[in-house]
Design a protein around this ligand. Sequence first.
Ligand SMILES: *[C@@H]1O[C@H](CO)[C@@H](O)[C@H](O)[C@H]1NC(C)=O
Ligand SMILES: *[C@@H]1O[C@H](CO)[C@@H](O)[C@H](O)[C@H]1NC(C)=O
Ligand SMILES: *[C@@H]1O[C@H](CO)[C@@H](O)[C@H](O)[C@H]1NC(C)=O
Ligand SMILES: *[C@@H]1O[C@H](CO)[C@@H](O)[C@H](O)[C@H]1NC(C)=O
Ligand SMILES: *[C@@H]1O[C@H](CO)[C@@H](O)[C@H](O)[C@H]1NC(C)=O
Ligand SMILES: *[C@@H]1O[C@H](CO)[C@@H](O)[C@H](O)[C@H]1NC(C)=O
Ligand SMILES: *[C@@H]1O[C@H](CO)[C@@H](O)[C@H](O)[C@H]1NC(C)=O
Ligand SMILES: [Zn+2]
Ligand SMILES: [Zn+2]
Length: 470
Amino acid sequence: MFSLKMLPVLLALHEQLSGAFPVPSESPEEKNIKIVQDYLEKFYQLPKYRHPSERKKSASVIVEKLKEMQRFFGLNVTGKQDEETLKTMQKPRCGVPDSGNFMLTPGHPKWKHTNLTYRIINQTTNLTNDVVERYIEEAFQLWKNASSLNITRVLQGEADIKIAFFQRDHGDNSPFDGPNGILAHAFQPGPGIGGDVHFDAEEMWTNTSKDYNLYLVAAHEFGHSLGLSHSTDPGALMYPTYSFHEPSTYVLPQDDINGIQAIYGPADRPVQPTGPTTPTACDPRLTFDAVTTLRGEILFFKDKYFWRKHPQVRRVELNFISLFWPTLPDGIQAAYEDFYRDVVIVFKGKQYWALSGYDIQQGYPKDILNYGFPSSVHAIDAAASYRGKTYFFVNNQFWRYDDQRQSMDPGYPKSIASTFQGIGSRVDAVFQRDDVFFFFSGPIHYAFDFRYQRIAKVERNNRWLNCRYG
Ligand SMILES: *[C@@H]1O[C@H](CO)[C@@H](O)[C@H](O)[C@H]1NC(C)=O
Ligand SMILES: *[C@@H]1O[C@H](CO)[C@@H](O)[C@H](O)[C@H]1NC(C)=O
Ligand SMILES: *[C@@H]1O[C@H](CO)[C@@H](O)[C@H](O)[C@H]1NC(C)=O
Ligand SMILES: *[C@@H]1O[C@H](CO)[C@@H](O)[C@H](O)[C@H]1NC(C)=O
Ligand SMILES: *[C@@H]1O[C@H](CO)[C@@H](O)[C@H](O)[C@H]1NC(C)=O
Ligand SMILES: *[C@@H]1O[C@H](CO)[C@@H](O)[C@H](O)[C@H]1NC(C)=O
Ligand SMILES: *[C@@H]1O[C@H](CO)[C@@H](O)[C@H](O)[C@H]1NC(C)=O
Ligand SMILES: [Zn+2]
Ligand SMILES: [Zn+2]
């Protein structure tokens, strides 16, 4: 579905597939140049250069615009069209530019009145009218809850925010591009077309995790209608690229609450709403929910996010869990890699799931009773696989499971202190590599060398995420 979901094996598969369809005439190099130019023209106000000579002269402008784009997305600011930059440019996204002004007049536009109206001009045939109407109402509700705005629907006549589905060129100088790419756009507050929201009618609009969930895209566009521009916070609703979240449990992130309240003031209620904040890799108090290896990478789970650490490149990438595994819950509590089955097992409460690449295997979630835990165990804190055994940590104890016999070894649980001396009485997360168990407990981790039965190193967690200080 997305070009961005790229675990190593799947990436290889993808390349093979695309290699099977030869694209004549245009070389990959030319194609990439075109992708970069188009993107910078649309979203970073790169002037349109028609002639090759003009384009040559514009090389330094392109480098500057590339750097601006890379800074916005938190990429390595190289000014070059490297792989990561191209990957980001191919993600489905909003059509509103990231830099410069809105699609209309400059300034910091806002509605002068707070009792706004919206009107649904037409709908998509992909969803029933009921679903579309409910989604749109609830998407506005996200913003209403966080501010002093009152936004109500009108069925006819003038409305501040008009909502419609359009194809390709539709007379506002911002043509849509067919399936994928640009999903929708919106205009900043103002008269006439101001505040209006246009959805690309050629997308497949859904009320599921399939591309593209109308609720999330609508909620993002309404942010623009109310005067917000794009956020650089990858966890914000106003981040320019699309990512899926379960609508029924979606809460407006704090970054967006701050944004809407900066324009319209706080909500009309005794206690201000709060939302999730995006974890930052270099926070010295950083803790993890679960950590596991996956085909040579390391995944660090936290709340609704996980960081991916690639083995060779010194690069760490923050993603939503839902981007890779849309039906997995947030707040994974333990995870381990089963090397023989080539799956990652993740735990939350009494349930667990088997992940094979970015597929969730059939028949999951299952109950942890299958492992032979007593019914008094309600959650696993941490898990790691080592030499045919899986170690499960629960409070100050651990169990050892035999992967081949598929049962718990006798004599367990044991106290953590009996085998892993110095680790403390509770672990948040653990993973194993080269005979070393890395135990995460609060903001620090212990490297426990199993062969010598001793702690080799104690460091802050953020060291794993390439933070040198703190
Ligand atoms: C919104 O409030 C203004 C001023 O109180 C009023 O003139 C206007 O009619 C109201 N609009 C709606 C749709 O209620
Ligand atoms: C979704 O809507 C698009 C555009 O109207 C249409 O091409 C497509 O066939 C629809 N798909 C389904 C499954 O309704
Ligand atoms: C999704 O939409 C279909 C009809 O379009 C409806 O039957 C179904 O209940 C909806 N599901 C949710 C979760 O809204
Ligand atoms: C708005 O706030 C109410 C009350 O706190 C809550 O029940 C509702 O789920 C919120 N709606 C959205 C869309 O966030
Ligand atoms: C919101 O506006 C509508 C229409 O103008 C009005 O009927 C309703 O009472 C307003 N609600 C609040 C909470 O102000
Ligand atoms: C929605 O309405 C607009 C304005 O009337 C029209 O141009 C557009 O073609 C309509 N879209 C669909 C998908 O019918
Ligand atoms: C960033 O780019 C520089 C120059 O190309 C390169 O040396 C460095 O390894 C890159 N860093 C990361 C984290 O990719
Ligand atoms: Zn946008
Ligand atoms: Zn438009």
